[in-house]
Write a protein that binds this ligand. Structure first.
Ligand SMILES: CC(=O)N[C@@H]([C@@H](O)[C@H](O)[C@H](O)CO)[C@@H](O)CC(=O)C(=O)O
Length: 307
């Protein structure tokens, strides 16, 4: 079987959150308004069950249900990329097959996370095993060394993967190692940069687009950045990037208190009007007092004018 759906992404791909209820269950009813909010903000692609979506904190069945909901409510108006990485390859394969069966547009995976691949051979082999379970969809490798500890050279990996994985579609590059990233760009595959606080740098080094959490609630700012870069207006693009940096500094502070950045990001996302609810353990929600201070700090940097 050959790859049927080919994609080449160039814009902003929000890594979507998974809305939750106070009791920790997934709040599926928020996915539809969330989807409409994204579409109204000119978003055409999403990345489901990634880091921002707390995919690794969900059960396999929950992950499948989340994907089904997104596909149902988006009614083919969004390109849906599904992250399927699990602790064991069998479950990753099951999720990849499921994504293909229910109509996703691409699958992506982290490397194996406990028995980490110690060389390119092992990483290519692991990705090929997952990719072959969804042979009609492009497979995107999710490079996130800060969380996975797998820090292999991505340029070398890309050349090997293009030879050995028939449906290899590109790399979601969530590392700040831009010299490695430019090597991947020149290897000819689709590169989606994942460090929102240096998006301008990533685009300047050739990334085609970005997958990230800030694109959920700051799409206007990041769309503007793309437009300014295309017009060669770098000083103005930097002004917009500085807004992302200001947001991140406040977000890191509260993320640290809450046990992880996704908790703080969910709080910020709720200010768009789409309720995200709490994160799942080991992260926690802000206390009432923390929420108040957090909101005031966001106000002070001008965040509410960027929505
Ligand atoms: C480590 C991490 O979570 N990185 C985020 C960024 O969007 C990140 O939140 C942002 O750059 C702020 O640090 C994304 O790369 C993750 C992502 O796309 C995902 O949710 O899978």
């Amino acid at each position: 079987m050959s790859v049927e759906k080919k994609i080449w992404l160039e814009g902003l791909v929000p890594a979507v959150f998974t809305p939750m209820k106070e009791n920790g269950d997934i709040n599926f009813s928020q996915i539809e308004p969330y989807c409409e909010y994204l579409i109204n903000n000119n978003i055409t692609e999403i990345y489901v069950n990634g880091t921002t979506g707390e995919g690794k904190s969900l059960t396999k069945e929950e992950r499948k249900e989340v994907v089904e909901h997104w596909i149902k409510v988006s009614k083919k108006r969004l390109i849906v990329i599904v992250h399927v990485g699990c602790i064991n390859v069998k479950e990753s394969q099951e999720l990849a097959r499921h994504a293909q069966d229910v109509g996703a547009d691409a699958v992506a995976s982290l490397p194996s996370l406990f028995f980490k691949p110690s060389n390119i051979d092992a990483l290519v082999h692991h990705c090929a095993e997952i990719a072959k379970s969804a042979p009609t969809l492009p497979f995107i490798y999710y490079h996130l060394p800060i969380m996975t500890g797998v820090e292999l050279n991505m340029e070398d990996f890309s050349y090997r993967a293009q030879k050995e994985i028939p449906n290899f579609g590109g790399i979601k590059f969530s590392s700040k190692d831009l010299p490695d990233m430019i090597g991947v760009v020149f290897s000819g595959v689709n590169v989606l940069f994942g460090c929102d606080e240096q998006f301008v740098g990533g685009l300047a080094m050739g990334a085609h687009g970005g997958v990230g959490s800030l694109y959920n609630f700051m799409p206007k700012i990041y769309h503007k950045m793309i437009a300014l870069i295309k017009q060669g207006r770098l000083p103005e693009a930097r002004e917009e990037q500085m807004k992302g940096q200001r947001l991140c500094r406040v977000m890191y502070k509260y993320g640290n208190l809450q046990g992880g950045n996704v908790a703080a990001l969910k709080q910020i996302m709720s200010y768009t009007g789409v309720e995200m609810g709490p994160p799942r353990s080991p992260m926690r929600e802000c206390t009432k007092e923390e929420k108040e201070k957090f909101k005031n700090e966001l106000k002070a940097i001008g965040f509410f004018e960027w929505l």
